[in-house]
Design a protein around this ligand. Structure first.
Ligand SMILES: [Zn+2]
Length: 287
């Protein structure tokens, strides 16, 4: 009741429709989705933050209605929805993203996930283009080799799957000296273990660039272990949602499917070690 009254009075103050649902209005202090959308999609005020395996900022947990929204955006991206989410995401960054370089994490497939690039475009649209006030999008990274789909991989396998998976775009090397003092944000749609973001950051840091962290739309939440099997919280995997208790986050590979993924990864690494891969280092093999 109180929320409805608040929403009604906000509607009187501002008539701009919610970019995500098309109704309601933006709350004065929270740019982006309306209160009703924030509730539906479980977007915590101030978003989610963490620092493992690198500093990151996200809008909400990748589950429920928000997960369905993002899956639908992957298939059929809608400018207004992504604009609303990007507006909320930009507002979370302490000090803003002005003067930053935004680097979308590239997909391996040509027709890959469009969201990282689209979110970058919308973030830029919030800020204007170019320093000192605006942010700049630069395609600094490319994939250096194929990686497995990671859906069923656990954290260790994801780290190995992504090792040396990125390199600098050769065409961007000339721009490097000018970028060395500029903060860089990686941008992706979903953060799960952070293995992909870590590999992308490593490629930039090896070139002497300063990576501030990752901006993402959602963070995969921790799944409760099955009863009878104790699973300790992975170190540093806490997700801090401002105003709500910390929640552990780490995906677990479903039983059975993890075995297939492990076998496939071992095969992939054998191929790389035999000289088939473009990675600079071979992956340490487990005995
Ligand atoms: Zn809405």
């Amino acid at each position: 009741m109180l929320r409805a009254l608040l929403q009604a009075s906000l509607n009187l103050i501002s008539t701009s429709p919610c970019p995500v649902c098309g109704g309601g209005a933006d709350p004065p202090d929270e740019p982006g989705p309306c209160l009703s959308c924030r509730e539906t999609f479980d977007l915590a005020p101030g978003g989610l933050t963490g620092d493992t395996p690198l500093p990151w900022l996200g809008l909400g947990p990748y589950e429920g209605a928000y997960r369905l929204l993002l899956l639908s955006q992957r298939q059929r991206p809608k400018g207004t929805v992504l604009r609303g989410l990007a507006r909320a995401l930009a507002a979370e960054v302490p000090g803003g993203i002005g003067g930053s370089i935004l680097v979308a994490i590239p997909s391996w497939k040509r027709q890959g996930n469009p969201l990282p690039n689209l979110v970058v475009q919308q973030l830029i649209a919030q800020q204007g283009q170019g320093p000192p006030l605006g942010a700049r999008a630069l395609p600094l990274l490319q994939r250096s080799r194929p990686t497995l789909g990671q859906h069923h991989l656990d954290r260790q396998l994801r780290l190995r799957n992504q090792e040396d998976a990125f390199r600098l775009q050769p065409g961007q090397r000339a721009a490097l000296p000018q970028l060395k003092r500029q903060p860089i944000w990686l941008v992706d749609d979903i953060l799960t273990t952070g293995a992909t973001a870590l590999a992308a950051a490593a490629a930039l840091e090896q070139a002497g660039l300063e990576v501030k962290g990752l901006l993402c739309l959602a963070r995969t939440p921790f799944r409760e272990p099955t009863p009878g099997r104790k699973r300790s919280r992975p170190e540093g995997e806490a997700v801090e949602a401002k105003g709500s208790p910390p929640e552990a986050c780490a995906p677990m590979a479903p039983r059975g499917q993890g075995q297939e993924a492990r076998a496939a990864l071992t095969g992939l690494q054998r191929g790389r070690e035999a000289g088939g891969g473009a990675g600079r280092q071979s992956v340490a093999r487990t005995p």
